[in-house]
Write a protein that binds this ligand. Sequence first.
Ligand code: KDG
Length: 349
Amino acid sequence: MKKLFGLMCAVLLITVLAACGNGESDSSNGDSGESASEGSGDAKVIKAGIGLNDDHPQYKGLLKFKEIVEKETDGAIKVETYHSGQLGDDRSMTEALQLGTQEVTIPSTAPLANFVPEFSVFDIPFLFPNEEVADKVLDGEVGQELLGKLEEQNLVGLAYWENGFRDLTNSERAVASVEDFEGLKIRTMENDLHLDAFKALGANPTPMAFTELFTAMQQGTVDGQENPYATIYLQKFYEVQKHVSNTHHIYSPFVFLMSKSFYDGLSEDQQKIVKDAAVEAGKYERKLNREANEKYLEQLQEEGMEYTEITDEARQEMKDAVAPVIEEYKSKIGEETVDKVYKAIEEAK
Ligand code: KDG
């Protein structure tokens, strides 16, 4: 009887120890190198996830955010960083922020328009002439006003970062003019304006999460996609895509998002630290991203991609083809927001 009791105690002890061990390794997936439970004491933990990989300027910016926040709060806030969609795609991570099960994500504004329709103003093709004008508009009054609208969705928009001007790639043919879009199966972000703009160009678009894109191109479910050169290069899309054209059809901003319930639980000092850190890390990310976009077109060609230059005339034809779609969407986005953004662009030029 005594022996049996001893054996039961030993089994119980082993089970308890194994359970503790599991808890630690489960929570140490992040690249922070330190798990939420391990060594962080009473620290608040920010789980921050993005869709792009750890070579991308977006991830480098996120590491900068982590460095600033952990230093400025003396370790009272820890940041765990996750890349490559380890925590989900733009939409599901944004929903996790709303639920309070994740604290930070940095989606493109395009999928965010499913939460706050006014964000679709940045999906108007050929809206921004260059990055400098985009910075002024986004960091200025109308850009900040749009960030404020996120609160109704239980989200806090701390800053704009940069994804950049989007360019077309595909595995079928060189795209030099509107006619070349005919029938091409193009993956778009999950956004109605993008979808309708590509239909107007004659393509056959499919909305899809970024996390599914590489496989879809590899398996031929889609012929092509559109993203900035940095993403095309760093995500190795050249392995499954042959042609690249400088369509530059949309400038994609990123929004640095925080869960509102987490943000509201921070002290005022901590709120200021995370806000300033998101802005500071964003400046760093924009700089890295611009350097990356400048050099990667050449490297894409070195990897074997064929580059097609879009002439001014061809770009004008593309603008004409999507003009009715823009007209249609003005009321869906909200005339007031569209007018404010157009005005801010004129002033910034
Ligand atoms: O981390 C951001 C990415 O998830 C995504 O926004 C990238 O531009 C993108 C796309 O095409 O989905």
